[in-house]
Design a protein around this ligand. Sequence first.
Ligand code: SAH
Length: 405
Amino acid sequence: MWTMSDVEPSTTSTSSPVSVPTPSRARPKPGELNFSAPRVGKPPRHLADLDPAERKAAVEALGHKGFRARQLSTHYFERLVESPQEMSDLPKAIRDDLVARLLPQLLTPIRTLAADKGRTVKSVWRLHDGALVESVLMRYPKRVTLCISSQAGCGMNCPFCATGQEGLTRNMSTAEIVEQVVQAARFLRRGTMSVRDLAGGAEGVPLRVSNVVFMGMGEALANYNAAIGAIRRITDPAPDGLGMSARGITLSTVGLVPAIDKLAAEGIPITLALSLHAPDDKLRNELVPINTRWPVDEAIDAAYRYFEVTGRRVSIEYALIRGMNDQGWRADLLGTKLNARGRGWVHVNPIPLNPTPGSRWTASDPGVEREFVRRLRALGLPTTVRDTRGSDIDGACGQLAAATA
Ligand code: SAH
């Protein structure tokens, strides 16, 4: 058993009592979908909300020279500067004004929890209006993956997902999404996760975020503009952005078909993951309520078009739920439907269900899981079971509910 422990008590963790906001809306009824986030006070404008031209205009509108925008970008995206005092190329008076107007604090750390011998770290953040979101940093032998949130809560109401059961509180802004990556990059730079037994260079060499997955709270495609803005900031070369490879980014969706097509046309080669969870409409209508609008075949067709346009192999997520969706015939039907579109375009990712509070569902038996995987592989589909990092700290898939903070 891993023990839950607070890490970095001095900087990123507070054990003070946390005021948890009351949810802004009632829990959704079964099957109810919510696309329109409640309108709340906008988060303060931040450098990361703006593209380079907009940053220059914003700096000039504040009465400063345009080149200050690039200096600020260098501090924020390239040097990951945490304190304004380090921005020594900006005269003090200018610095205070620019920092106050363009680098407001967006995420306040509430708790930081570690599991898996420190290789998994969950952060709970408070946004300016009290909404809580979470991100999870996972260290693997050859990569460091950050799982980020794109909405506070989620409107997609999947009954097996803890976030879905909380309902949608609000959309996050581009900068709020990006700031999770910047915070993780700073955390890694402090060396907290550099342990000897794992790769990533010599001991003491700080790690970097190599992969970002939109698999935390929220349906990123239901917050399309902010999510795309964040992807651009994350991938734009420094100092305009963080300079990460688009190939290291995965966006997971319930299958909002028009948004999948729009994403394909953006020309950013990120990986798309489709949360399928059932190959037949009858069951998927129940497990992923959006299926009543875009059924299984339309969702798979959109995923295939995404592959055709981007050349990026799509990933199919399938949470294995005991006695619900884990039958051999469903594995065969899934394999047949995927192969009907073509070969070599898709990868299947079964995920053992993480039980959520109040749900009577649980993960499939190991033997049933093995048989499900065997059948898919027999049909020629590359299939890997996803590990369930962080389940002890409610950081695993579907467990990121603000209520757990
Ligand atoms: N809204 C997006 C991303 C959020 S969750 C989406 O639905 O794809 C990321 C993945 O975790 C999704 O595939 C989701 O279906 C899965 N998931 C949610 N709850 C889960 C649970 N309790 N156990 C295992 N996987 C879960």
